[in-house]
Design a protein around this ligand. Structure first.
Ligand code: PEP
Length: 250
């Protein structure tokens, strides 16, 4: 039985003060939530303050990106061990915004995944097709390429996949339950081919305009093990509703 994971991707939002205020308000709301792992991924600049205020809450901390080298002359980059040092448990790699705006390829993403797992960080690998690719009937080809190249050499115990159709991110459009189940089922089969029975340890999250209103439907789809949430994770009130759509109370 996989523990559901509900993860907040704050993207380039929140100062250190806003991060602190969110956690002070949010953490009492989840103290009675059972059976759901909760993760917050703030910007790099808020990791230290988030680690301080998350201490003892059970809420996990993640980063939104990482570089694959251990140290050295890589101006502006952050290494996996620096994230560990800040108190991170997770890192997101391959988000579509990084693929699109920062030209990250599957090869780069795979190097990031390996380097992160090497220091004990769990990795959320994001995959998903663009609208154009879906309309051209290429969804499964895209998923096949992104998943197979992304997970090369990965350790299943420290791996989470997030299926995020690019056309559903930040647009208010969500995939239908049928589209989500079809994609998740496809990814699950791919994971089984690679990792055999260990594939059952890997959670597959859905991401793309998940909100308080649609969370219940999405999180109850058979092969959905949780959600990666952008916009609706920025306010404690909406994020908690998504968590409660999945979590049982103690
Ligand atoms: C995301 O950035 O991963 C995401 C799913 O964003 P949103 O929920 O805002 O669509």
């Amino acid at each position: 039985m996989r523990t559901p994971l509900i993860a907040a991707n704050w993207k380039m939002n929140k100062t250190t003060e806003e991060t602190r205020d969110f956690i002070i308000q949010f953490s009492p709301m989840v103290k009675d939530i059972n059976n759901v792992e909760i993760l917050i991924a703030p910007p790099f600049t808020s990791l230290a303050v988030a680690a301080k205020y998350l201490k003892g809450t059970g809420i996990k901390l993640g980063a939104q990106n990482v570089f694959y080298e251990r140290s050295g002359a890589y101006t502006g980059e952050i290494s996996p061990s620096m994230l560990k040092d800040c108190g991170c448990d997770y890192v997101i790699v391959g988000h579509s915004e990084r693929r699109q705006y920062f030209h990250e390829t599957d090869a780069i993403i795979n190097k990031k995944l390996s380097a992160a797992q090497e220091v004990g960080l769990s990795v959320i690998l994001c995959v998903g097709e663009s609208l154009e690719q879906r309309e051209e009937g290429k969804t499964f080809d895209v998923l096949k390429t992104q998943v197979s190249r992304g997970i090369e050499g990965a350790q299943p115990a420290m791996l989470v996949i997030a299926y995020e159709p690019v056309w559903a991110i930040g647009t208010g459009r969500t995939a239908t339950p049928e589209q989500i189940q079809e994609a998740h089922g496809f990814i699950r089969n791919m994971l089984r081919e690679t990792f055999k029975e260990r594939a059952d340890e890997i959670r597959i999250l859905y991401g793309g305009s998940v909100n308080a209103e649609n969370a219940h439907t999405i999180l109850n789809i058979e092969d959905v093990d949780g959600a990666l949430v952008g916009g609706a994770s920025l306010k404690p009130d909406s994020f908690i509703k998504i968590i409660k759509a999945k979590g049982a109370m103690k």
